[in-house]
Design a binder for this molecule. Structure first.
Ligand code: ATP
Ligand code: MG
Length: 351
């Protein structure tokens, strides 16, 4: 666990970058620092590994003040990833990743084996190992940066806007990859970003900072979206926080109908407004009006895996206003009618 205990950083010119910050980043969790430019995120992060020293207060690592640990020893247990990856341009990828193991005096073979294992772990082709950083895309370089930070298996990982220099699609895949890695590794991660969506996606806990280095709110993403502490946080979260909150709500509260599917050769008519045509192996094909008419497209979501946000999206994708719930194989589990969606959304809005 990383503890900030009334930490203040005043730079030589009098700038107060961090003001009396107290919070905990729990072991094995991702704590995100988010806030506008200049609010003290980088300063806070760098005080953890003593690239910057606090002016007042202290930071503790599992109860031990970092002030009392000499920086090289401290940094051995802390991986650090920055924007643009910060790779050594004249070293091959494999040697970049093995930087810390080399420093720790591992023999060359062991360090390189470890580097190769990590490259694979972060989703890079082993062929990349012999290249130089300039021969990789920005997203690939970021993966190398993550691999390098993990090389000596440090319990703590500090990440300062590591994915902000890549395009949105690569960024999404890097975020997914980090979450997948974290589910195996359980590192104590402090992740800095100015992107609230990234904070909400990655954070077990999110600390929202305001300029002047003051903590505005510390909460899990769901609480942050439903109970912003003040106008600053509300504004920072943006106007669609109601919709975003749906991504934390499971679909198992939705009432499913299983009596509205019909086979491809169906030609009857019913009082139900919409029927779902399914294939012989029970996959969705299209909606048709119950009284007969043109086929209309459908939207689907994976039952009990996707969120209410996906379910609502599926309903909005179809003129029927109904959503199709499928299982992991894409087979129909049931359908959510407009009425059922309304009921569920009313429950969400109530609490
Ligand atoms: N060496 C320094 N000397 C004086 N002021 C500094 C120094 N480094 C940072 N600052 C100031 O401290 C404040 C916080 O800076 P910091 O880099 O921690 O912000 P940040 O939240 O990481 O911003 P960004 O999102 O732009 O990276 C800013 O006002 C910045 O200008
Ligand atoms: Mg910064």
């Amino acid at each position: 666990m990383i503890t900030f205990d009334s930490v203040t950083k005043r730079y030589a010119d009098g700038t107060i970058a961090v003001d009396n910050l107290s919070l905990e980043a729990p072991t094995g969790q991702i704590t995100v620092f988010v806030g506008p430019s200049g609010c003290g995120k980088t300063t806070s992060l760098r005080m953890i590994n003593r690239m910057i020293d606090a002016t007042e207060g202290q930071i503790l690592l599992d109860g031990e003040p970092v002030q009392g640990i000499d920086p090289p020893t401290l940094r051995r247990g802390i991986g650090y990833v920055i924007q643009q990856a910060g790779l050594f341009p004249h070293r091959k990828i494999v040697d970049n990743v093995a930087t810390v193991p080399y420093l720790l005096g591992w023999d060359k073979k062991k360090a390189r084996d470890r580097a190769m294992e990590l490259l694979e772990r972060v989703g890079l082709d082993p062929k990349m190992a012999q290249r130089y950083p300039f021969q990789l895309s920005g997203g690939q370089q970021q993966r190398v940066g993550v691999a390098r930070a993990l090389a000596a298996d440090p319990p703590v990982l500090l990440m300062d806007e590591p994915f902000s220099a890549v395009d949105p699609i690569v960024r999404t895949s890097l975020q997914d990859e980090l979450l997948r890695l974290q589910s195996e590794l359980n590192k104590t991660i402090v992740f800095v970003t100015h992107d609230i969506d990234e904070a909400i996606k990655l954070g077990d806990r999110v600390a929202v900072l305001r300029v002047g280095g003051k903590l505005a709110q510390l909460a899990d993403p769901k609480t942050l979206l439903s109970e912003p502490a003040d106008d600053f946080v509300r504004e920072f979260l943006g106007h669609d926080r109601g919709i975003r909150r749906l991504q934390f709500i499971r679909t198992d509260g939705l009432r499913l109908r299983t009596d509205l599917t019909v086979p491809e050769d169906y030609s009857g008519s019913t009082a139900e407004p919409w029927l779902l045509i399914v294939s012989g192996d029970n996959r969705p094909i299209a909606w048709i009006p119950g009284a007969g008419g043109e086929r209309e497209p459908y939207g689907s979501f994976v039952w009990n895996r996707d969120s209410m946000r996906s379910a609502l999206d599926a309903a909005l994708l179809s003129p029927s206003g109904c959503a199709v719930a499928v299982d992991d194989d894409g087979k129909v589990v049931g359908v959510v009618t407009r009425e059922a969606m309304d009921e569920a959304l009313a429950v969400v809005a109530d609490g």
